[in-house]
Write a protein that binds this ligand. Structure first.
Ligand SMILES: NC(=O)c1ccc[n+]([C@@H]2O[C@H](COP(=O)([O-])OP(=O)(O)OC[C@H]3O[C@@H](n4cnc5c(N)ncnc54)[C@H](O)[C@@H]3O)[C@@H](O)[C@H]2O)c1
Length: 303
């Protein structure tokens, strides 16, 4: 089996690719805008470097490929608020471009990483059939991607599955930069003794899902016999407030942590928790790694 991973130099892809390499050949498409070259070091992958939204690059990447894992995206909600055109280019045009290339190359199946951001301010638990509420250009771009995936399934007969990822965490996640995910950032600051800042009052809740669980979900989504009726949540099904997250991290690190607070960010969703029954039904998938176990694995090693 030959698989293509777009966004192959990214965090989630760096956990997916080793699993795919056990099953066959892997092509990586990445423009290294947020991805890191060192994540590909030592991995026997074919690299197509460039913009997924460029049809020529996408066409080169899908040659001889059976399954596409489309992870390439500008992943930042905050960046999308200030630069929606850049998000639209990478995310919306990127998805159209890769799906068009995939159908020309008769690719059998495609898995797209959408996001829980599409639920916006919807009341948790977030179930796939509830009304969506995109609160940022990033969320809108993921929703558009899901629609293009659905149309690819309908028009081209491609098996096209969108998974709505909740807050993914795990080793190798980038702790640096303004838009870094909360867990690696908190761990880095804890280890540096530099104090943790929470945007908002800390009562906001998130559904944290370990990257190894996400990888199992992506693989299961690539192996479905028929396209499910819609996108599928991959989350833990557990809501954790940021205050609780800081407390658990402090317990694991063996210290009491007093966070500082700053103004809440525009476009940020307040509460989020996945309903995971569809993943169980369509993918035979359940999460296995608890937040505490996953955090122990990160705090014990370099983030
Ligand atoms: N990490 C999460 O919690 C989370 C939650 C929901 C959805 N997702 C989605 O999962 C996917 C992977 O997320 P991640 O956390 O690994 O992010 P990441 O930033 O680590 O990986 C994204 C990769 O895409 C590449 N990329 C960006 N624009 C590109 C373009 N135009 N052409 C080619 N490559 C491009 C980047 O260089 C990077 O390597 C993204 O689509 C993201 O939106 C992630």
């Amino acid at each position: 089996m030959r698989s293509l991973v777009t966004g192959g130099a990214g965090f989630i892809a760096s956990h997916l690719i080793p699993e795919l390499l056990k099953r066959g050949e892997v092509v990586v498409l990445d423009d290294f805008s947020s991805g890191k070259r060192e994540r590909l070091a030592g991995l026997e992958v074919a690299l197509v470097e460039g913009d997924v939204a460029d049809p020529a690059i996408a066409a080169r990447a899908v040659e001889g490929v059976e399954t596409v894992f489309h992870l390439a995206a500008n992943p930042s909600v905050v960046a999308s608020m200030s630069n929606p055109m850049a998000t639209g280019h990478a995310n919306d045009m990127g998805t159209i471009s890769i799906l068009d290339a995939a159908r020309r190359a008769s690719v059998r199946s495609c898995v797209f990483t959408s996001s829980c951001a599409v639920y916006g301010g919807g009341e948790p638990p977030c179930v796939e059939t509830m009304a969506i509420d995109p609160m940022s250009p990033y969320a809108a771009s993921k929703l558009a991607g899901e629609a293009y995936m659905m149309s690819a399934a309908r028009s081209y007969g491609m098996r096209a599955v969108s998974v709505r990822l909740f807050n993914v965490f795990g080793p190798g996640q980038d702790p640096d930069g303004e838009y870094a995910a909360v867990i690696p950032k908190f761990i880095q600051r804890l280890q540096a003794g530099s104090g943790i800042t929470i945007f908002g009052d800390g009562s906001q809740t998130r559904d944290f899902i370990h990257v190894s669980d996400v990888v199992r979900g992506l693989l299961a989504a690539s192996q479905v016999d028929a396209t499910p009726p819609g996108p599928i949540n991959l989350g833990s099904g557990v809501a954790v407030s940021l205050l609780d997250l800081v407390r658990v991290l402090g317990e694991i690190a063996g210290e009491r942590v007093e966070p500082q607070f700053a103004a809440a960010r525009t476009g940020e969703v307040l509460h989020s928790r996945a309903d995971i029954r569809a993943a169980q039904r369509w993918l035979g998938w359940q999460p296995r790694v608890s937040l505490a176990d996953g955090l122990r694995g990160m705090v014990g090693s370099a983030v």
